[in-house]
Design a protein around this ligand. Sequence first.
Ligand code: CP
Length: 308
Amino acid sequence: MKHLLGLNGVSKDEITQILADAFEMKKLLQKEKKKSDLLSGKSIITLFFENSTRTRLSFELASKYLGATAANIAASGSSVAKGETTIDTAKTIDHMAADVIVIRHSSSGAPHMLTNYTDAAIVNAGDGMHEHPTQALLDLMTMEEKKGSLVGLKVAIVGDVKHSRVARSNIYGLHTMGAEVVLAGPSTLMPAEIEALGVKAYYDVEKAIEGADVVMGLRIQLERQKKGLFPTVREYHKYFGINKERMKLAKPDAILMHPGPVNRGVELSADIVDGEQSVICEQVTNGVCVRMAVLNLLAGNQPLVKID
Ligand code: CP
């Protein structure tokens, strides 16, 4: 694997490998001295054209835990703000001997485009409404950790599917690994063609959650929406918000997930965000592990790392 641009087309073997490495990397995170030299001598640049807390910080920490030289650049503090193009920015970074460039961009396809202009490995950290592959990988890791296996799991993904790169990457990854995906959301936030991806789409959140092993809320992406897709956030929560009562329709041992950041009281009621079924904090930790595994592979190292 030279780049990680999405999970569409990534094989079961490749996902299995990344998850195995991520579980190995977790051992490093649990040590008092979180340091390895697996990426010693490598340079990793994160280039963020959109805001981020989890993804950006976890890539930076993952690089540093593995001994790489890591640097961050945000569009707002860079020459992009003076009119430099994305391609010229990437070429500039490339000429500083970057081994891996991690990019988040509001345009779907921006990471793919950059592969034509740089020798560095490109990691898509979220492109427009297209894909967010490392988010889905950390979600798969969390499901496997909590449920033992991904095969046969029923995963209900609820909310703003239309604008969600997280939903798309999860659909691809979960199908590849043998899980079933059902979706729920308002008709205005559900792409018309989505069932062509092999999922069942409901406009009734309760039908989707019934019997689920995993319930995943999606953030309402107000920044990508044209006005008028639902009347008010209060009404959205009433009809599509995940709350304690609705969680009772899932299996008794079901887990609750959310990629973050959560709009408390909108996608999820505030009490269940911190409730017993929530694994949102574990998702954050596993995000560091998955990004360590991905960076290790793309920087040219061997898979199946062993952390002593
Ligand atoms: N889940 C996710 O991508 O979060 P950030 O926007 O904080 O990176």
